[in-house]
Design a protein around this ligand. Structure first.
Ligand SMILES: [Fe+2]
Ligand SMILES: [Fe+2]
Length: 577
């Protein structure tokens, strides 16, 4: 008889609880047959072989009970062992069996609720300061911490003088590969940082430590919009997400943020667990508070727990200067309607993001607004009157202002990419749809653009070539032109979704590759999709009522990980850092 799976005969399967106390003699497989955790690594046939070994004294008798050969049973055990090792089991110096790689060390007398109560007071005191920094992440119960990530977070905490806060959450995982999963404890190295209270970091930002979202929740922030009133909030979750939520027009949009976590992936053997594991994020949120104003940014670690924050790399518990950032992806510009403080903080101030990071690339979305002759307002006599009165109805004038702003961005360290965007295309639409004889102010520009289009040029790029001093140093992307840096696609504006549908993070997460978007002026993170806010004015005339728009760009570090960076009152961080 061969040892192929198909040659097993049916038999009475041994009960999982009908265990022999005597170990299998000559067990060289290093598998503990009384440990059900190995069953997660078994196919059905391997499970039968495993359980037969549990109930037998020898491989021979196990094989006999299955009607299989000894080599067949050994083959199954070898395969189980291989899968256990790839699943995190290692040889042990203290046991003849394989053991989980990262056995956690629970503190036997650890009373989680008592600890949390006492530590919460510490945090309540800390946030009474006017100016402070905090690093917020989360941790799963009965699961090892990622040791290197925690070491790096501690280093970060020292460097930026931030208190670490770890929001504990519970997850019942009967198929955990880690030991003692029924007990209510967290890795003891996290004890000084645990706090599961709700409390305010400032008047505009709360931590919702009591809110427990399942780690397998696909959208951890969904349904929380009403929970926090008009305040922003951070919740603990294994996934990193951010959502900008519209508030009444007299208030700034609020942010909902989930942290990612500092424990290793530990999910159930199920579809939900599998999906959760794929989006497990080793990450934390840095919060800088001054009075009621706050800034936040993300630190996302690689699989080794190393990360970059600002200009510093945190690697194996040490710091070193970070390599050049890959991309500064900037929120929509709408040059003639750009917000003065936002573009200063992004491009032009001495401590602007562009000058601070000196990235290899910088992308610009919706660089042209085209309010001068936009189809949105072309037939609105009131808007046209005001544009004419202020001289803003000249296409040529708007092009000059736009290209001057792009010229002024030029640096010797960063290559600029103009992403093809819907507002740039308003120019082309104007040429195609309007009659120049009825618009004497713009008829020469129209004629030149029309001729350029007949010659196969894009009118915006054509005028850029003629009017921009730095045109040769700038790259204009066309629609569908691929531009990927560090594994992240930076070529899409965000207005167009799949098969002609409208864009949006909810649809982009299905694309299956990390990407960076603009267009909506609404910052967000969903899985590996990041969306900028804007550098335009927050009120553009056509967006009335509640708004989720905020000034926000994205920095992509040398390791390909990204962070959203918000601009508030012309600042994007506090000067003390
Ligand atoms: Fe835009
Ligand atoms: Fe747009």
């Amino acid at each position: 008889m061969s040892d192929h799976y198909g040659d097993f005969r049916t038999y009475d399967k041994p009960s999982i609880d009908n265990r022999k106390s005597e170990p299998l003699q000559n067990n060289s497989s290093q598998l503990d047959f009384n440990d059900d955790n190995y069953l997660q690594f078994c196919t059905n046939k391997q499970k039968e072989a495993f359980l037969a070994c549990r109930n037998s004294q020898t491989i021979t008798s196990a094989a006999k009970s299955l009607g299989a050969t000894r080599s067949g049973v050994r083959s199954h055990l070898r395969n189980i062992k291989a899968k256990a090792i790839s699943g995190g089991y290692v040889k042990s110096t203290s046991s003849i069996y394989l053991v989980p790689k990262a056995e956690i060390k629970p503190c036997d007398d650890f009373n989680i609720n008592a600890k949390l109560d006492s530590l919460a007071g510490d945090y309540h005191e800390y946030v009474k300061q006017k100016r402070f920094n905090m690093i917020v992440t989360s941790a799963q119960n009965s699961t090892p911490v990622h040791v290197n990530f925690l070491a790096n977070l501690k280093k970060l905490s020292n460097k930026i003088k931030a208190k670490i806060l770890v929001i504990p959450f519970r997850y019942k995982n009967p198929t955990s590969v880690f030991v003692n999963n029924a007990k209510d404890y967290w890795d003891e190295s996290l004890t000084p940082y645990l706090c599961e209270d709700d409390f305010e970091l400032c008047g505009n930002l709360s931590v919702l430590g009591q809110l427990k979202s399942q780690p397998t929740a696909v959208r951890p922030l969904s349904g929380l919009e009403q929970v926090t009133g008009d305040k922003s909030a951070i919740i603990g979750h294994t996934k990193l997400e951010l959502k900008s939520v519209a508030t009444p027009s007299n208030k700034m949009a609020k942010l909902l943020i989930s942290t990612g976590c500092c424990t290793v992936a530990n999910y159930t053997d199920s579809k939900a667990g599998y999906k959760g594991g794929k989006r497990h994020s080793l990450s934390a949120i840095i919060v800088e508070v001054d009075g009621d104003m706050f800034f936040q940014r993300q630190v996302i670690a690689d699989e080794n727990g190393n990360f970059i924050d600002m200009l510093t790399e945190y690697k194996d518990g040490k710091t070193l200067p970070a390599q050049q950032a890959q991309v500064l992806s900037t929120g929509d510009l709408h040059a003639i309607n750009a917000d003065e403080q936002a573009v200063s903080a992004t491009f032009f101030a001495n401590d602007s993001m562009l000058k601070y990071f000196r990235p290899e690339w910088m992308t610009v979305d919706d660089s042209l607004d085209f309010q001068s002759c936009s189809h949105h307002s072309r037939n609105d006599p009131i808007i046209q009157y005001h544009l004419m009165k202020s001289g803003l109805n000249s296409v040529e004038n708007e092009l000059k202002i736009t290209f001057k702003m792009l010229d002024d961005m030029e640096t010797d360290h960063t290559k600029i990419v103009i992403k093809r965007s819907n507002h740039d295309e308003h120019f082309e639409k104007w040429v195609k749809e309007t009659d120049p004889r009825r618009d004497p102010l713009n008829c020469r520009t129209w004629c030149e653009a029309f001729t350029a289009m007949l010659d196969g040029h894009d009118p915006y790029e054509y005028f850029a070539e003629n009017m921009m001093q730095t045109f040769d140093d700038v790259r204009f992307l066309s629609r569908d032109e691929v531009f990927v840096v560090g594994g992240v696609a930076h070529d899409g504006h965000g207005d167009k979704g799949a098969n002609g549908s409208r864009g949006g993070l909810q649809s982009f997460i299905k694309l299956g590759c990390p990407a960076q978007w603009g267009h909506s002026h609404t910052a967000g993170i969903m899985d590996d999709q990041f969306q900028n806010g804007t550098n335009s004015k927050i009120r553009m005339g056509y967006n009335v009522g509640p708004s989720s728009w905020m000034h926000c760009n994205t920095i992509q570090y040398a390791n390909g990980k990204r962070s959203l960076l918000f601009i508030i009152n012309g600042k994007w961080r506090f000067d003390t850092l």
